[in-house]
Design a binder for this molecule. Structure first.
Ligand SMILES: Nc1ncnc2c1ncn2[C@@H]1O[C@H](COP(=O)(O)OP(=O)(O)OP(=O)(O)O)[C@@H](O)[C@H]1O
Ligand code: SF4
Ligand SMILES: [Mg+2]
Length: 325
C-alpha cells in the first residue's frame, strides 16, 4: 500500500477532530473496494484542511466516514476528545449537528418544494434554537450569506447556482456547527462565482468560528482557502503540509504531477504529465499505490509501503524517494 502512519498528527489542546488509521472498505460482488486505506489526519480549531486528489481517491468517503456515514471499517475518529466511532446511533445523532456538509451540486442538494426560509430554518425546527440562531434570526443569517431576506418565500429553482450555494452555507451554519465539510463546493460553478463562494466561506469561517474540511480534485482551488493540505491517492495519504509550504516545495511525485497539471503553474517540476491508467480500487498495487504511474518508482516501491515521515517542519510525505531540496 502507499502511505500509512500517524507521524503528522498533532498533539495540541486545540485539536478538534483526530482521525486515526481510518479504513473504509465496500464489499461488492467479486471483491472489496479499498476506498480509504489507513488514513490519518487532524483538524485544529479554526483551521481549513484541504483534501485533494483525483476522482475516486477516497476524498468524499474519508469525509463521510469521519461523520460515521458510513461507519469506518476500522480506525477511530476523535471529536472534542471523544471517539465518536464508538458511539451508538442515538448518541451519534446528537453529535452530528456539530458537523455540517455542503455539496457540489447546489441546486439539487436543496429540496425543490421548500422555500428558502424553510430550507435554512429546518435544522432549527428539528433541534431548536442554539447560542447563535433562532427562527427569528434566520433573516439576519440570510443577509450575512448575501441572500436578500425578502426572497425567503422563493424556491431554489428561482436562484442561480452561486446563490443556491449561499443558501446551502446558511443551512449549514444555522446549527452552529464546529466543522463544515465542503465537498467540491465550487466545482459546479462558473470561475467568477467560485471566487465569491470561496470568499464567503472564508468570511463565515472567521465570523462564526467554524473549522472546514475542504475537498477538491483541483489543487488550485484548495490553495488559497486551506491552512493545511492533504494530498490523497487511491485511498492513501501522499503528502500533508501547510498550504504555502506544499505549493512552494512539493516533495511527493504525485503532488508534483498534480501541480504540473495546473494550467499556467509556475512550479519547477520535472513530471509533466500524469501518465498511465488509475489502477483498480478493488485490486490496488502492492507497495506504494502510486508505483504504476510514478517516474521514480524502484523495486522497493513495488513491495514496501512507505510510511509518513517529516521532511521539514510540519511537512510530511509518504515516499521512499521524495524530491528534496
Ligand atoms: N457505496 C459505495 N460502494 C462501493 N464503492 C464505493 C462506494 N462509495 C465510494 N466507492 C468507491 O470508493 C472509492 C472512493 O470513492 P470517493 O467517492 O470517496 O472518491 P472521491 O475522491 O470523492 O472521488 P470524486 O472526486 O469523483 O468525488 C471509489 O473507487 C468509489 O468507486
Ligand atoms: S518514488 Fe516510490 S514511494 Fe515515492 S511516490 Fe514514487 S512509487 Fe511511491
Ligand atoms: Mg467525491
Amino acid at each position: 500500500m502507499a502511505g500509512s502512519g500517524t507521524a503528522h498528527l498533532r498533539d495540541t489542546d486545540d485539536v478538534l477532530v483526530r482521525v486515526e488509521n481510518m479504513v473504509v472498505e465496500f464489499p461488492i460482488s467479486g471483491g472489496t473496494v479499498h476506498a480509504v486505506s489507513d488514513v490519518s489526519f487532524d483538524l485544529v480549531e479554526g483551521e481549513t484542511l484541504g483534501i485533494v486528489g483525483e476522482s475516486g481517491c477516497g476524498k468524499s468517503t474519508t469525509a463521510r466516514a469521519t461523520i460515521q456515514l458510513p461507519k469506518p471499517t476500522s480506525g477511530s475518529v476523535w471529536f472534542k476528545g471523544r471517539d465518536i466511532s464508538k458511539l451508538s446511533d442515538e448518541e451519534m445523532r446528537r453529535v452530528r449537528p456539530e458537523f455540517q456538509m455542503i455539496f457540489q451540486d447546489p441546486i439539487s442538494s436543496l429540496n425543490p418544494r421548500r422555500t428558502v426560509t424553510e430550507i435554512i430554518s429546518e435544522g432549527l425546527r428539528v433541534w431548536g434554537p442554539n447560542d447563535s440562531w433562532s427562527l427569528d434570526t434566520v433573516p439576519e443569517l440570510m443577509e450575512s450569506v448575501g441572500i436578500d431576506p425578502r426572497y425567503g418565500e422563493r424556491k431554489p429553482h428561482q436562484f442561480s447556482g452561486g446563490q443556491c450555494q449561499r443558501i446551502s452555507i446558511a443551512r449549514a451554519l444555522v446549527l452552529d456547527p464546529k466543522v463544515i465539510i465542503c465537498d467540491e463546493p465550487v466545482s459546479a460553478l462558473d470561475v467568477s462565482v467560485q471566487a465569491q463562494i470561496l470568499n464567503l466561506l472564508e468570511d463565515m469561517k472567521a465570523r462564526y468560528g467554524v473549522s472546514l474540511m475542504f475537498i477538491s480534485h483541483d489543487l488550485s482551488v484548495v490553495k488559497n482557502i486551506s491552512d493545511r493540505v492533504m494530498v490523497m491517492y487511491m485511498g492513501k495519504t501522499c503528502e500533508i503540509a501547510g498550504s504555502d509550504e506544499l505549493f512552494d516545495k512539493p516533495v511527493h511525485h504525485y503532488t508534483r504531477a498534480l501541480m504540473a497539471a495546473i494550467p499556467g503553474a509556475e512550479v519547477n517540476v520535472e513530471e509533466q504529465t500524469l501518465d498511465g491508467e488509475l489502477p483498480s480500487a478493488i485490486n490496488p498495487p502492492a507497495g506504494c499505490r502510486f508505483n504504476t504511474r510514478c517516474p521514480a518508482a524502484t523495486d522497493r516501491c513495488r513491495t514496501e509501503e512507505p510510511q509518513i515521515t517529516e521532511v521539514s517542519v510540519n511537512h510530511y510525505v509518504a515516499c521512499h524517494h521524495p524530491v528534496l531540496g
